[in-house]
Structures are given as C-alpha cells and as structure tokens.
Design a protein around this ligand. Structure first.
Ligand code: S6P
Ligand code: ZN
Length: 190
C-alpha cells in the first residue's frame, strides 16, 4: 500500500525533530521571570544563553476535530535549586486536554487547575503517558541528568495562552533537595 506522504512523518528521537516540523527554541533569556531565584538566573545568563528546550511540531489542519502534535526536548540543569522548566501554559480553549507520551529522560509535569488551584506533580519517565486535563496549567520540568524527550498531542483548536501564566505565574515550583525533587509553594507568588 502506498503511503500518503503528508500523513506519515518520521521523527528523530535524539534530535527531537519531526519531518516538516516547525521548530521553536527557548533559550535561558526567554525564561525571564519563570525561576524564583532571580540572582541565580542573572548569574547564569551572564555566563551564556544556553538552549533550555525546543519543540518541533506539526499542525496538519485547523478544522473541527483536527489534531496537532509535537516532540519536545528539555535539557537537564538548574537555576539555583529549581530545575530547568518550560514556560508552561493554559490552553486558549480551556476545555482542551492533551496527551503526553514520555520517550526518554526523567522529569515531571506540574499541573495546576486554573479555578480550584488543585496541584499535581506527575512523573514523566520513559514509556509512560501523562494525561493533561482541560482547564489545567501545565509545565514540564527536567529532574534528571539527561535530556527529557516527549511527544504532546492536542486538539488543533487548543491554542496556547502564555499571558495568564506570565502574569500570575505558577503557584508552585519544583526544586532539588537531598531527598530528591520536591514541590514547594513559590514565595513570590501573589
Ligand atoms: C503543547 C504542549 C507542548 C509544549 C512544550 C513546550 O500544547 O503542551 O508541546 O508546547 O512542552 O512548553 P511551552 O509551555 O513553552 O509551550
Ligand atoms: Zn499544552
């Protein structure tokens, strides 16, 4: 059977790229305001502006029922005691859920429900799924020593609302302790 080329795409696991994918790269400077320890952030940035994560995604259609998907790679590292993280977002269509498929590395998904404030830190380990319900802010953190790679699949109409997070921030953060990763209340949260 002949493949319909636009329906089949290969991804490169090591590089975390999909054929014909749009690439978004986030460097340390793009994450200003995301970490609690602003002094450590400034000191790290003075030394360089490394790539923190990238997402290679495809948006095959924007009609009702269409799906978008992407492969992400989040580097290991910390600012102070706080693990490298993604910006995090709510979906513009708040009801839109998302499925993450964890491919390699060790991390966690910080989930905060927009209305109830319910918080969960869900492990992200290879060969696992994480279900992100609607109405829930989601941020990925890398708690390991290798790149964390994952695939995200979401409704085409989900959209990304970064502004609400930029204004209000997450209420919690994930830090390294001698007992391993821990969820703490963010002191600076208003
Ligand atoms: C998209 C999905 C992921 C993120 C990626 C980067 O709905 O949740 O592909 O885009 O993890 O995070 P962020 O918060 O910068 O979009
Ligand atoms: Zn999302």
């Amino acid at each position: 059977m002949k493949h319909l080329p636009e329906l089949h795409s290969q991804f490169d696991l090591s590089e975390a790229r999909i054929d014909r994918g749009q690439l978004v790269e986030r460097r340390l400077s793009d994450l200003a305001g995301c970490f609690e320890d602003e002094d450590s952030f400034a000191k790290s940035l003075a030394k360089g502006n490394p790539l923190i994560y990238q997402v290679s995604s495809q948006e095959p259609g924007n009609g009702l029922g269409d799906m978008h998907f992407g492969i992400g790679m989040l580097m290991p590292g910390r600012i102070g005691d706080e693990y490298y993280l993604t910006k995090g977002h709510l979906h513009e269509s708040r009801e839109a859920a998302e499925v993450y498929i964890c491919l390699s590395g060790t991390g966690a998904m910080l989930l905060e429900h927009e209305q109830t404030g319910d918080v969960q830190l869900v492990p992200m380990t290879s060969h696992s799924f994480v279900y992100v319900p609607g109405y829930t802010a989601h941020r990925t953190v890398n708690t390991g020593i290798e790149p964390l790679r994952y695939i995200g699949v979401y409704p085409a109409n989900a959209g990304h609302d970064y502004q609400t997070i930029a204004k209000r921030g997450f209420r919690h953060r994930v830090v390294a302790t001698t007992d391993g990763p821990q969820l703490l209340l963010r002191e600076s949260h208003s």
